[in-house]
Design a binder for this molecule. Sequence first.
Ligand SMILES: Cc1cc2nc3c(=O)[nH]c(=O)nc-3n(C[C@H](O)[C@H](O)[C@H](O)COP(=O)(O)OP(=O)(O)OC[C@H]3O[C@@H](n4cnc5c(N)ncnc54)[C@H](O)[C@@H]3O)c2cc1C
Length: 465
Amino acid sequence: MAAVTSRIATAAALKPRHAMLSGWGRFPLSESDIYRPEKIAELQTLVTGNGLSLIARGAGRAYGDAAQNDQNRVADIQRLNRMLSFEPESALLRCEAGVTIAEIIDVFLPRGYFPPVTPGTRFVTLGGSIAADVHGKNHHRDSSLASHVTNFDLMLATGEILRCSREEHSDLFWATVGGMGLTGVIVEVELRLRPVESAYFNGELIRARNIDAAIEAFERTDSEYGYSVAWIDCAIGKNSLGRSVLNVGNFATLDTLPDNLAQDPFSVTPPIIPSVPFDLPGWTLNALTVKAFNAVYYMFHRDTRARTIFDWQSFFYPLDSIRSWNRIYGKRGFVQYQCVWPLAESRAGLIELLEAISRSRRASFLAVLKKFGAQEGMLSFPMPGYTLALDFPVNDTLLEFLDTLDAMVLKRGGRVYLAKDARMRPETFRAMYPNFPRWQQAKALADPDNRFSSSLSRRLAMDPA
Ligand SMILES: Cc1cc2nc3c(=O)[nH]c(=O)nc-3n(C[C@H](O)[C@H](O)[C@H](O)COP(=O)(O)OP(=O)(O)OC[C@H]3O[C@@H](n4cnc5c(N)ncnc54)[C@H](O)[C@@H]3O)c2cc1C
């Protein structure tokens, strides 16, 4: 009887749902057969069967088309979400790749551990986070997620599973980290969590009157704080260009917490999470409303420097506090443009980009500045320097405008993040990612018939000709 039930379940998991998909930016849309395997054996059948190409999908939080495969197959791996083992001494956690950062926090924060690196949303899977080699607010200190991953198991197009680490199949390890799912499907991950004494942060909110003051504040607080981020008002130009509010902090140790928090250091009241119930009309966010919002946000932080205790939710995930916030950009969706410049070019690059945005009267509602440190993966996005992330609603002139930003970033040796991208041109991608030929060699060895392909890989001509 059990065998029959299991066969029925397998058949159901391997029966696709044909549907439209998008990334978090809701642009572009694509149509695919979507599978939801629950077991490794089901995934194996999926990977090795059928002539159409396949791409893995996690929680679909990449903004663009990385986890889409128009007119082909998508393997949603969110059901492969079992935690397998944990060693408290070494803080090594082994789990399936569909486990999310949110699930890790739920289980391990009350026990005194936190993910070593987290993006600005916790609703991402480990598989998706390794494939994009995500960074957090601590990249300048701790690099990206891959630095804390000891090994992962990768399912190749043949169905074979290879353990990849810095020692075993190391080229494949570094091609898969940041490789956007194109070398195979990550099925299991081992990573080292960070021991913490509380769920709180000791930090500061620092008001910076322009971009020079913001950079100065990052550099000044760099060695004191492991985590830093700035929210930039990019609706304002001239002498206030780049004015921002910096948020810096370290996990609080017990001896630094007030008594009421130290008594129960891991308990934080969960916030009430409102949601955007429907698509707002496209005009809701225009240059004027964005300007008004940013002015209020900046003025709200009156003090030039204010010491504060943050809880982990408000420090790491302010965007998670409004569910479905991607609907505020209306039905046509939006593009998140995230770029990075080498350190020596960052100031000039930031000024050039912010001036171009101000001239174009396309104020970005969200503009986030962070500092990056060293980086290893072949196609990983970060490099030592400053990174800026901006949201733009899609309209008839946006893509042309973003091409002009690409040219500005490229001429200074910078690059654009693939996990956010929905529109870059192939020649720009190649120029921005000089390790691409090395990545292609590793991809050709792991996937000689190019069975793993996506809307992003075809758009960027990453697939072999
Ligand atoms: C609000 C918000 C804030 C964000 N902040 C940050 C940030 O601060 N830093 C940052 O780096 N990123 C950030 N991101 C981007 C996000 O972290 C990445 O796009 C991440 O890859 C999303 O993970 P996912 O599970 O949703 O993967 P998906 O979006 O489903 O997939 C992303 C990529 O991973 C591949 N993939 C997924 N699962 C697997 C698997 N098991 N094996 C192989 N490949 C796989 C897919 O093929 C695709 O190429 C943010 C996104 C949002 C929506």
